[in-house]
Ligand binder design. Structure first.
Ligand SMILES: NC(=O)c1ccc[n+]([C@@H]2O[C@H](COP(=O)([O-])OP(=O)(O)OC[C@H]3O[C@@H](n4cnc5c(N)ncnc54)[C@H](OP(=O)(O)O)[C@@H]3O)[C@@H](O)[C@H]2O)c1
Length: 250
């Protein structure tokens, strides 16, 4: 049997989507470097012979830098980086609480931007590979009760669109992942019923195939939900705001 020597670094890999993607790639024979703050969870995952624990807090730039260096030293290189770390606290989203908004922006946006910055030269010098950022359909347009999370994801998507052009010149792919509702510890906090809710394994399958094909800028799922939101995205404000006001319970 041919051995797959490809390697991926996944942040936000201690639970939910990141964990399921790590397990999917490991099952396909990839060497997987997993990062998050919870060392115990990463250690448990590394019982899988293809998964290797590299604990890291994405809000600490030095840690991100050191972690990437350790991965390169240990793996000898990386083909794909998937930045999936993120936070969401529904009860903090209903009012404008500047400190809480700063915290969400710091983890979800600045934390990922720091990760991209740390791997930038490596990918540009190698002139190959892929950097993928887990954003969200919540970043498509403004939604009720999303004063920090939605803006953090809108910023991530816009950031990825912006850097896409520069990295393309170096033959490095930049892509985003826009999941709908996936059942994870993050969405378990939601009190409302989530339409088209899917499992982390479903998300992992979509992300794996999207990254392997490497053809699309955006990997989005489930289509039954994302297509509706994509239509809402292009509506004029008057209609969009009217519909969301009528349709979203709050
Ligand atoms: N679930 C959904 O429906 C959904 C939909 C759209 C987008 N997303 C996005 O998908 C990504 C994964 O979310 P999830 O649903 O899988 O939630 P989750 O199970 O809560 O996973 C979040 C991950 O981020 C890590 N993380 C949080 N803060 C971090 C920090 N400062 N440094 C490093 N890692 C950190 C967490 O690990 P530690 O706590 O151990 O650090 C955990 O591994 C997030 O970016 C989320 O916004 C989720």
């Amino acid at each position: 049997m041919e051995i797959n020597h490809k390697k991926i670094w996944i942040t936000g890999a201690s639970s939910g989507i990141g964990k399921a993607v790590a397990e999917k790639f490991a099952k396909q024979g990839w060497k997987v470097a997993v990062s998050a703050r919870s060392e115990d969870k990463l250690l448990e995952m590394s019982k899988n012979q293809n998964i290797f624990s590299f604990p890291c807090d994405v809000t600490k730039k030095d840690q991100v830098q050191n972690t990437f260096q350790k991965i390169i030293d240990s793996f000898g290189g990386v083909d794909i980086c998937l930045f999936s770390s993120g936070t969401y606290e529904p009860k903090d989203e209903q009012r404008i609480d500047v400190d809480k908004i700063k915290n969400v922006i710091n983890i979800n946006f600045i934390g990922v931007v720091d990760c991209v910055k740390v791997v930038e030269n490596y990918f540009k010098e190698n002139k190959s590979g892929q950097i993928s950022i887990v954003s969200s359909i919540a970043g498509y347009r403004g939604l009720p009760n999303s004063s920090g999370y939605g803006p953090s994801k809108a910023a991530l998507t816009n950031f990825a669109e912006s850097i896409y052009f520069d990295f393309k010149k170096f033959n490095v792919k930049v892509s985003i992942v826009s999941p709908g509702f996936i059942k994870t510890p993050l969405t378990d906090k939601n009190k409302f019923s989530m339409p088209f809710l899917k499992s982390p394994e479903y998300a992992a399958d979509k992300i794996y195939h999207g990254l392997i094909k490497g053809k699309s800028f955006e990997i989005h799922f489930p289509k039954s939900l994302t297509v509706i939101l994509k239509i809402l995205r292009i509506l004029p404000y008057k209609i969009y705001l009217f519909l969301v006001d009528k349709l979203v319970k709050r």
